[in-house]
Design a protein around this ligand. Structure first.
Ligand code: ZN
Length: 88
């Protein structure tokens, strides 16, 4: 499992409205913080830009339960790694 721990039975499938990143989270709230946007945060930048950090930019697309969790995790993981099988 790439996004959520093994044995996860319920998770939220999110898409960030800022960077377009799609990911799974153990949270199932309507809006949560995007891990990619958070990671881009540079503490050296002034307070104006920093104000964007911590905003909930990722929108809940759907809630995955049961074996769908593992399926979605695998699909999204392949997308992130570039679908290497296409190069074979
Ligand atoms: Zn983002």
């Amino acid at each position: 499992m790439y996004y959520v721990p093994d044995g996860t039975t319920k998770c939220g499938y999110y898409e960030c409205s800022v960077c377009g990143s799609r990911f799974l989270s153990l949270e199932t709230e309507d809006m949560i913080c995007c891990p990619d946007c958070e990671a881009d945060f540079d503490p050296e930048i002034g307070p104006e830009e920093a104000s964007a950090v911590g905003q909930k930019t990722a929108k809940l697309i759907s809630v995955c339960e049961g074996e769908d969790v593992a399926k979605m995790d695998t699909l999204l993981s392949l997308a992130i790694t570039g679908g290497n099988y296409e190069w074979i």
